[in-house]
Design a binder for this molecule. Structure first.
Ligand code: PLP
Length: 391
């Protein structure tokens, strides 16, 4: 049986507890939870009568806007390289399906990559990532892991990197990304670079693998996190220039044409507006970035004071504390695994978190992922005020 995605399953459990009158502090769901930026509702209203089907990859206007958006971020892009989709999650699935072969995943990594690989009947080649590495595997560990996987009959074909990272909320140093891309190239791997948190990097940009492996890196991103538009489902990919990119685009467009046909036309109009970087959108993202950085940094300090081990936050709104220093104290309370820890926090203290095992770690790991964006307030008015104060 296919399991429900861990994050969505936890969110539903929390909503059920709340409906039953329980007070739950929900730190388990990757939702920015901020208001809609000025200008986007107008763009949507202007486009709401667009009810016809459109090109699978997206309208010429939306693709040109995305190409310009990448270009202003240092990656020259032709509109033909861009493909829109209803969120980056289906795009990732379509990419894994198109590229084929087994999937190399840093561990821990975002919940859906391994689940999608399993749905496609692919093996996962897991490569552990040291805590300070920003979600990108240690080059020293990657090469032997690939050789071992091949010897065991796997066909590693694609490496998924998340830059900046979820669950750790950190950003890999450029030198590490470059070294890992060089190994990917030597081993004939394609790279999927999930950059959905790149606009929320607290200290500037994040190093895209597309700079180091330009002809074999495809970027996925979207507006769910930077503009808190998860429910509007706007995702897009930048496929590489060159022959492999051309082949990939054909495959991807074929898959998209059989599954989602195109991103909803009004949402393409919203995307085209937002990706032109109008001042209101730029200011909204900058305020969100400041708010995420401030709350994650303050929460990080409290976690350290409470004895947890935790990397300082560098992007987005996640922290990934390790409670291993409290292992003995937790054992005395009957908690020996990560899932038990998350359950105890929810049942005994009304705090919802996800254990590291949801991200591919062993259940013995006492890591938790906390989404600090859920601390901005429980009502839309409070969350609006938190963003306004960060402007
Ligand atoms: N990639 C990562 C790392 C994420 O955290 C998420 C959402 O939680 C997604 C992709 C999916 O985003 P969407 O499908 O809303 O674009």
């Amino acid at each position: 049986m296919t399991k429900h995605s861990a994050t969505l399953a936890l969110d539903e459990a929390v909503q059920a507890r709340r409906a039953a009158g329980q007070d739950v502090l929900h730190l388990g769901f990757g939702e920015a939870g901020l208001p809609v930026s000025a200008g986007l509702a107008e763009a949507l209203a202007d486009a709401h009568l667009r009810n016809g089907y459109g090109p699978v990859a997206g309208s010429a206007r939306a693709r040109a806007a995305a190409a310009g958006w990448f270009g202003r971020r240092g990656l020259a892009t032709e509109p033909e390289q861009v493909l829109f989709a209803p969120g980056s999650k289906p795009l990732l699935f379509a990419l894994l399906a198109a590229i084929g072969g087994d999937v190399v995943l840093p561990t821990p990594s975002w919940v859906s990559y391994a689940a999608q690989a399993a749905l496609l009947g692919r093996r996962v080649v897991a490569v552990p990532v040291p805590a300070e590495a920003g979600g990108v595997p240690d080059p020293e560990l990657l090469e032997p892991a690939l050789c071992r996987a091949r010897a065991a009959g796997a066909r590693p074909a694609v490496l998924v990197l998340t830059v900046p990272d979820n669950p750790t909320g950190t950003v890999a140093p450029a030198a590490r990304v470059a070294a890992v891309c060089a190994i990917a190239e030597r081993h004939g791997l394609a790279v999927i670079s999930d950059e959905i948190y790149a606009e929320l990097s607290h200290h500037g940009t994040a190093p895209s693998p597309a700079r180091y492996l330009p002809e074999r890196t495809v970027i996925t991103t979207g507006l769910s996190k930077s503009l808190a538009l998860g429910g509007w489902r706007i995702g897009f990919a930048r496929t590489p220039a060159g022959r492999w990119g051309q082949w990939l685009r054909r495959e991807l467009t074929g898959i998209a044409s059989e599954i989602w046909s195109s991103l909803a036309a009004p949402m393409q109009a919203v995307a085209a507006h937002a990706l032109d970087d109008p001042p209101a959108v730029t200011a909204h993202i900058a305020a969100a970035r400041r708010l995420h950085a401030r709350v994650a940094t303050a929460t990080h300090a409290r976690l350290l004071a409470a004895g947890a081990d935790c990397r300082p936050p560098q992007a987005g709104f996640y922290l990934y504390p390790d409670l291993a220093p409290a292992r003995e104290a937790l054992r005395a309370r009957g908690v020996t695994t990560g899932p038990e820890l998350a359950t105890a926090l929810l049942d005994r203290h009304g705090v919802a978190t996800l254990p590291g095992s949801a991200f591919g770690e062993p259940t013995t790991a006492l890591t938790l992922r906390l989404a600090t964006s859920l601390l901005y307030g429980s009502t839309p008015r409070q969350r609006h005020a938190a963003l306004t104060a960060a402007e």
